[in-house]
Design a protein around this ligand. Sequence first.
Ligand code: SF4
Length: 246
Amino acid sequence: MRARTQGARAIDCPRSRYPVRVYVAETFLSLQGEGLLVGLPSFFIRTSGCNLRCTWCDTPYTSWAPEGERRGVDEMVAAACSSGADHVVVTGGEPLLQREIGSLTRALRAAGLHVTVETAGTLAPDFVCSLLSVSPKTANSDPGGRFRSRHRRLRTDLVPLATLLDRHPEHQIKFVVRGADDMPEILTLLNELGHRRCDRVLLMAEGRTASEVDARSGEVAALCLAHGFRYTPRLHLDLFGGGRGV
Ligand code: SF4
């Protein structure tokens, strides 16, 4: 479902109150593909730029080779309001890198929209959201080469992650899982965070295509059963095959 435009929402979208800009790779209307709100029509604002370099990153155009343009907060709020969706997902890249993340999220909430912010949890700036969706990265994400040490240092610093979870009690934690070998690290991380809400912990199979996810889904489902975590599909891959704009 690419950039489907519906009638304007009956909302007074604020205009010209937020004359600031955010580096954006793409915006589009689709179905939320992962997490507690899977299947909900949502307007996505994908910011560009990331401080991590996951080896399996499925949006390299926001991390390894970031691209996009500076777009006004007003413009994006207006686009979200006219999309017809009640839900907005601010994702990346790493949206918390954007200096104007607070202005953007406040403007979206002021327009009456449900705002999910998706982050890897390595930064803790001030912003608002209806649902915080954190995807801490584990060793299976580590790249080789010159980014390796910085990537590991950032992903293993739990201070920003703990701060975010404390500030945003309405949250979910999603882990990208390749197999049972990932579980000791995930369980250790949750234990260090003191996180006990298993129903808010979701496991999803690593893969950039539906067939790659399918190949791991059985093992990941078994891990959810064994540990009491929630399984999340990657619906956008099943329905649209992945790629940009979904
Ligand atoms: S945190 Fe997300 S956007 Fe950044 S490199 Fe990892 S998967 Fe890609």
